[in-house]
Design a protein around this ligand. Structure first.
Ligand code: 5FU
Length: 278
């Protein structure tokens, strides 16, 4: 049977990667498959939005290198919010270099991403050495990796054979690759002449950007679909919503953030319940 017919709780109970198990457990416990992407450029803004959105999401996604006044205290406060509100932190770093270089980028420099981000992600462009390099740092710390098997933007090149190669590479690193950034259930085979081939046993978390209820795009290539299209229609597991919630710029006021979080949480959860029933 397809992964999309199983509940988050059932999947959490059997997941071999601790951080994936933790994420699926949070989705079940808080009844949310919402990941809020907080793309603001100030420390105070990032913390304010994470505090407001925290109760409604399973994950907060950061782009830490856009924060003008980054300091170590920011990640400490973010970690405290993650504990308080029960969410995971995903640094959307999109690593894309050879193994030795990404190992250093992940562990060192100003950001020391591996020390605070439960999840990060990578492109497979450099080959599988990138997975060996990142795993050498992240796995001992109990971190998880998403591979960018597909992207949301118009005209992106992560398609076809490239997407397939991402899934194959993930299967060779089952201890560290917990899932994919993708627009659909890339880990399950399409219907073939011999019938529907089931997933090959592994459970991958599909996290999907390009989600919005009020807009179809942003004039810079982003394309939006609804939570229902993403979760029920395409079988993805987590919706990632940025501007639809924080509003762009320095961010909406807190009441608006809470209102939008509730709206997306509800829509994402309804789509999940509808998918279980279909
Ligand atoms: F991998 C990807 C992708 O394919 N599309 C994306 O939009 C990542 N993203 C990120 O999701 C992007 O970098 C933003 O941080 C976020 C989407 O933000 P939005 O405001 O909801 O468009």
């Amino acid at each position: 049977p397809s992964i999309t017919t199983r509940t988050y709780a059932e999947r959490a109970a059997k997941h071999p990667i601790p951080v994936a198990k933790q994420l699926l457990d949070i989705c079940d416990r808080k009844k949310t498959n919402l990941c809020v992407s907080v793309d603001v450029t100030s420390k105070a803004g990032l913390l304010r939005i994470a505090e407001a959105a925290g109760p409604y999401c399973c994950c907060i996604k950061t782009h830490i290198d856009i924060v003008e006044d980054f300091d170590q205290d920011l990640v400490q406060q973010l970690q405290a919010l993650a504990d308080k509100h029960d969410f995971l932190i995903w640094e959307d770093r999109k690593f894309a270099d050879i193994g030795n270089t990404v190992r250093l980028q992940y562990s060192s420099g100003i950001y020391k991403i591996a020390s605070w981000a439960h999840i990060t992600n990578a492109h497979l462009v450099p080959g599988e050495g990138i997975l060996t390099g990142l795993a050498s740092v992240g796995q001992p710390l109990g971190r998880g990796l998403l591979l960018l098997a597909e992207m949301s933007a118009k005209g992106n090149l992560a398609t076809g054979e490239y997407t397939t190669k991402n899934v194959e590479a993930a299967r060779r690193h089952p201890e560290f690759v917990m899932g994919f950034v993708a627009m659909r259930r890339v880990d399950e085979r399409e219907e073939t002449a011999g019938g529907v081939a089931p997933g090959e046993g592994a459970d991958y978390v599909i996290m999907t950007p390009g989600v919005g209820l009020d807009s179809k795009g942003d004039g810079m290539g982003q394309q939006y679909r609804t939570p229902d299209e993403v979760i029920r229609g395409s079988g993805c597991d987590v919706i990632i919503v940025g501007r639809g919630i924080y509003g762009g710029g320095d961010g909406n006021p807190n009441e608006e953030i809470v209102k939008q979080c509730k709206r997306y949480q509800e829509a994402g959860w309804k789509a999940y319940e509808d998918r279980l029933r279909q």
